[in-house]
Design a protein around this ligand. Structure first.
Ligand code: DX5
Ligand code: ZN
Length: 216
C-alpha cells in the first residue's frame, strides 16, 4: 500500500483557504492535516472551529485533526460536529487517556494519540489495541518549518514492533520536518502516513510536491 499523504493546512494561505483546499482535493493527497493550537499546551495559537468548518465545507477528503490543547475532552464533541474524521490528542495532555480515546470513538471519529519527541512509544502499550493511529512528532509541536529530529526514524521502528506484538491496527503517522529525504527514511522504517506543511506549501508546485511524496 502506498504511503498516506496528509498536507498540513497550517502552512496554507489563509486568505485563500478555499483555493488551497481545492488544490489538495485535486492532488494525490489522502487527508487534510488540521493543526489546532491553544497557546497553553504549545507556545502558539493557530485557529479554531470556524476555520475547521470552512475547510470541511470544501474538502472532499477526510480531516485528520491534530489537537495540541490541554483538556481535550471538553471539546471532543465539538470537533466531531465541526467535521473531524480522525481526532488525535496528545499523550502529554491527557490524564485519563483511555477515557479520552473511548470518548473520541463514541463521537464517531477515529482515535489517534500523538507523542512529543521526548515521549517513549512504550507508554502506549496498554492502549495500542484501541488506537486507530499514532502520531509521532518529529519536531517539538507548535510551529511549521522546523528541522526534523532524526530519532523519529527509530521510534517508527519501535512503534511498528509494539503494534505487531499487540495485534493492533493502528497506523503510524509522522509530523514535522517531512520532505522527500526524511520521508523516504520514514517510509522505509514503516511509516503509514506523512504530514507535510511547509515542504508542500512553500514549493513552487504544491500539487507536484504532493505527488512526489506519494510516490515514496
Ligand atoms: C507542528 C504541526 C505540524 C506542522 C508541520 O506542531 O503539528 O503539523 O504543520 O509543519 P512542517 O511540515 O512544515 O514541519
Ligand atoms: Zn500536526
Amino acid at each position: 500500500m502506498s504511503v498516506i499523504i496528509s498536507p498540513s493546512v497550517l502552512s496554507c494561505d489563509f486568505a485563500n483557504v478555499q483555493r488551497d483546499v481545492e488544490m489538495i482535493n485535486n492532488s494525490k493527497a489522502d487527508w487534510f492535516h488540521v493543526d489546532v493550537m491553544d497557546g497553553v499546551f504549545v507556545p502558539n495559537i493557530s485557529f479554531g472551529f470556524p476555520v475547521i468548518q470552512a475547510i470541511k465545507k470544501h474538502a472532499t477528503k477526510p480531516l485528520d485533526v491534530h489537537i495540541m490543547i490541554v483538556n481535550p475532552d471538553q471539546f471532543v464533541e465539538e470537533f466531531a460536529k465541526a467535521g473531524a474524521d480522525i481526532l488525535t490528542v496528545h499523550y502529554e495532555a491527557c490524564t485519563h487517556l483511555h477515557r479520552t480515546i473511548q470518548l473520541i470513538k463514541s463521537n464517531g471519529m477515529k482515535a489517534g494519540v500523538a507523542l512529543n519527541p521526548h515521549t517513549n512509544v512504550n507508554v502506549l502499550e496498554d492502549v495500542i489495541g484501541d488506537l486507530d493511529l499514532v502520531l509521532i512528532m518529529s519536531v517539538n509541536p507548535g510551529f511549521g518549518g522546523q528541522k526534523f529530529i532524526d530519532e523519529a526514524v527509530n521510534k517508527v521502528i519501535k512503534l511498528k514492533q509494539l503494534i505487531s506484538d499487540n495485534n493492533s491496527k493502528a497506523l503510524i503517522e509522522i509530523d514535522g520536518g517531512v520532505n522527500l529525504e526524511t520521508g523516504k527514511r520514514l517510509v522505509e522504517a514503516g511509516a503509514d502516513a506523512l504530514v507535510a506543511g511547509s515542504f508542500v506549501f512553500n514549493s513552487e508546485n504544491p500539487t507536484k510536491t504532493i505527488e512526489a511524496l506519494k510516490a515514496l
